[in-house]
Design a protein. Structure first.
Length: 552
C-alpha cells in the first residue's frame, strides 16, 4: 500500500532529507526557547521532580540506591548519571557530586539538553524511516510534528523527568509499528518483534508506570499465544533490568503502585474509592476534550467500522493497518481511563505522541479501500498534505502562546524578591520558587545523602516544611519552630500549598498571627514582623513576646 504523493526521480533525496531535518532542528530550538522562558529549574512549576532526578542521578554516579523509586523513573536516573559521567569522565564520583551541587542549574541544563537532542535525533530517524518505508514525505512530516501537537508535551520536553523520555520512546514504538506494515515482515519476524516490543514495554513501564496501557498495542500485531508469551517474558525481564538500581526498594515501589491503582484522587489517598464516580466521568471527558486525543480515536473507530463492513462484503481479513489502528485506539482509550482516576495532563504525553501514528494508519486503511477515481485519490493526497501544513502553522501560534504563558508565570514569581527578607527566617512550603527548597527537597527525595554539602551551600536562614511528615527542617535535620523564631526578628513563608503549613503554624504557635501579604497568583506569601519591602518591625522582641504579641 503506497503513498501516492512520493516524488519521483533520483534527485529527490537531497531535498527531501534536508526537509526532514527542519522539524527536528526546530524542536531543539523551540525546546530551548521554552526552557529559557520557563525560568530556572527551581521555579515552583518545574522543581518537582527535576531536582529529585538530579540528586538521584548523583546517587547512581556514587553507586548508591536511588531514594525515589515511585515512578519508578530509574531509566531517567540512569541517563542522568550517564550524562554526568560523560561530561566528567576523569573525575571521581564525589567530585562530580560537588560540582553538580555547586551549580545544579547548569548540570540540569546539560541533562535537559541531552533529552532534547535524543528526541530530535529519534524524530529525524523516524522521519527518514517513514519516508523510505511508506513512500510519503507528508506522512514523515506528520510523525515529526508529534512533539508539537500538544503544548503539554512541549512544556515537559525540557524537564528532567520521565515525560521527555516517554515522548522519545513513543517515536521508537511508532517506528516499529511502521516496520510491521511491510508485507511479510510480521510473519518473518514475530519472535524478534515480541522481544523488541517487550524491551520497549519494560523500558517504558520502568520509566513511568502510567505508560503501561500503551503497551496493549503490540498484542494486536503479534498474533499468537507463543509470541504473546514471549512478549510478556521480555517485558518482565526488561523491566527488572531497567529497574535494577532500585531492587532493594521494590517494596516501596509496589506499595505505592498498589495504592495508586486501588484508589483515586490527585495523590491516591488511602481512604479514597477505587473510582470516584462523582468526578470520574467528568475527568474522562475533560481528558478526551483535547483534539490530539479525540480526533484520532473517533477517526479510528469510524475507519475500523467501515473496514469491518467492507470485510463482511468481500471476505478479506483484517489488514495489518487495521490491527495496528485498533491497537493504537484501544491503548490510548485505556490510558485515558487509567489517568482519569488521578487526572494529570502530563501523564497523557505518550498518548499525545501516538496521534500521528493513528492518523497515518487511518489514511493507509482508507487508501487500501481503493475508493473513487485516480483524480479523487490525488485530491485526497493533496488534502492530506494541506492538513499537515495547516497543523504545522497552527503549532507556531501555540508555541508563541506557550512562551507568553511561561514568561508571565516567571514574571509573577519574580515579583516577590526573597533577597529583601535576608534578615528573616525564610520558610518554604511545597511548591515554592526557591533554590534552597529545590535543593533541600531534592536531597530529601534522594535519601538525604548530601546534607553536609547543602549545609555549606545554602543560607543559614532558609528552612523548608515537609508537608507529608509535618516536619520543619534544614540541612541539619528536623527543628522546633521555637528554635527558628528565637533566632530571627521576622518570618517569611512562601509556597503554594497553604493548608498544611497553616495547620502546622496553628498547632505550634497559635498566638502568632500571620499576614497573607505580597502573595502572587500562584504562591502564597505569609509574613510576620516584616512588611513587603523587607522592613523589619520591633526587632528587639524576645521569643516569648514573639509568641504572645498580636502581629498585623
Amino acid at each position: 500500500m503506497s503513498d501516492p504523493v512520493r516524488p519521483s526521480g533520483p534527485t529527490r533525496h537531497p531535498f527531501i532529507h534536508a526537509l526532514l531535518l527542519v522539524l527536528p532542528v526546530a524542536f531543539v530550538i523551540v525546546a530551548h526557547i521554552v526552557r529559557t522562558h520557563g525560568g530556572p529549574f527551581w521555579m515552583w512549576h518545574v522543581l518537582d521532580p527535576s531536582y529529585y532526578y538530579l540528586f538521584d542521578a548523583l546517587n547512581l554516579v556514587n553507586l548508591t540506591t536511588p531514594g525515589q523509586p515511585f515512578h519508578p523513573g530509574t531509566p531517567v536516573q540512569m541517563l542522568g548519571a550517564l550524562v554526568l559521567k560523560a561530561v566528567y569522565t576523569l573525575q571521581s564520583a564525589q567530585a562530580i557530586a560537588d560540582m553538580a551541587l555547586a551549580d545544579p542549574e547548569r548540570h540540569l541544563g546539560i541533562i535537559s539538553s541531552t533529552f532534547i537532542a535524543l528526541t530530535a535525533l529519534l524524530s529525524l530517524a523516524l522521519g527518514v524511516f517513514v519516508y523510505r518505508r511508506l513512500d510519503g514525505i507528508w506522512s514523515a512530516l506528520l510523525f515529526q510534528l508529534a512533539p508539537f501537537l500538544s503544548m503539554v508535551t512541549l512544556k515537559n520536553a525540557y524537564h528532567v523527568k520521565p515525560e521527555p523520555i516517554l515522548a522519545a520512546l513513543m517515536l521508537v514504538v511508532s517506528m516499529v509499528v511502521i516496520a510491521c506494515l511491510r508485507p511479510g515482515f510480521l510473519d518473518r519476524n514475530r519472535t524478534r518483534l515480541a522481544v523488541g516490543f517487550g524491551i520497549l514495554a519494560g523500558f517504558g513501564v520502568a520509566t513511568k508506570l502510567t505508560v503501561a496501557p500503551i503497551f496493549v498495542l503490540p498484542l494486536f500485531l503479534l498474533g499468537n499465544l507463543r509470541t504473546v508469551m514471549t512478549y510478556a517474558a521480555a517485558s518482565a525481564i526488561a523491566f527488572l533490568l531497567f529497574t535494577a538500581p532500585i531492587w532493594g526498594a521494590y517494596d516501596r515501589l509496589w506499595g505505592f503502585a498498589g495504592q495508586v491503582m486501588a484508589n483515586s484522587g490527585a495523590y491516591a489517598a488511602a481512604d479514597a474509592a477505587f473510582i470516584d464516580f462523582s468526578t470520574y466521568p467528568r475527568a474522562v471527558l475533560k481528558i478526551l476534550s483535547r483534539p490530539v486525543l479525540h480526533v484520532p480515536i473517533i477517526g479510528a473507530v469510524i475507519a475500523l467500522l467501515v473496514d469491518r463492513l467492507r470485510q463482511n462484503r468481500t471476505g478479506v481479513n483484517f489488514s495489518t493497518e487495521a490491527r495496528a489502528l485498533a491497537g493504537v485506539a484501544l491503548a490510548v482509550a485505556l490510558q485515558v481511563l487509567a489517568v482519569a482516576k488521578q487526572p494529570t495532563a502530563n501523564y497523557m504525553v505518550p498518548a499525545y505522541m501516538l496521534a500521528p501514528l493513528a492518523l497515518v494508519l487511518i489514511r493507509r486503511l482508507v487508501i487500501g479501500w481503493d475508493i473513487g477515481s485516480a483524480g479523487f485519490r490525488r485530491g485526497t493526497s493533496g488534502a492530506f498534505a494541506a492538513f499537515v501544513c495547516a497543523l504545522a502553522i497552527l503549532q507556531v501560534f501555540s508555541v508563541m502562546r506557550l512562551n507568553r504563558e511561561l514568561a508571565e508565570m516567571v514574571r509573577v514569581a519574580q515579583a516577590v524578591d526573597d533577597a529583601k527578607f535576608a534578615k528573616c527566617a525564610r520558610l518554604y512550603v511545597f511548591p515554592p520558587s526557591s533554590h534552597s527548597f529545590a535543593m533541600y527537597r531534592g536531597d530529601w527525595e534522594a535519601g538525604l545523602r548530601h546534607t553536609k554539602m547543602l549545609s555549606r551551600l545554602l543560607p543559614d536562614n532558609d528552612y523548608w516544611f515537609e508537608q507529608n511528615s509535618a516536619d520543619l527542617r534544614n540541612a541539619q535535620g528536623s527543628l522546633e519552630l521555637t528554635q527558628v523564631l528565637s533566632s530571627y526578628p521576622c518570618l517569611f513563608i512562601r509556597g503554594a500549598h497553604r493548608g498544611p503549613i497553616l495547620n502546622f503554624m496553628r498547632a505550634q504557635a497559635p498566638d502568632l498571627q500571620l499576614v497573607l501579604s505580597c502573595s502572587t497568583r500562584d504562591e502564597a506569601v505569609f509574613l510576620a514582623k516584616v512588611d513587603c519591602d523587607g522592613t523589619v518591625q520591633e526587632e528587639s522582641l524576645s521569643l516569648q513576646q514573639w509568641l504572645k504579641v498580636g502581629h498585623r
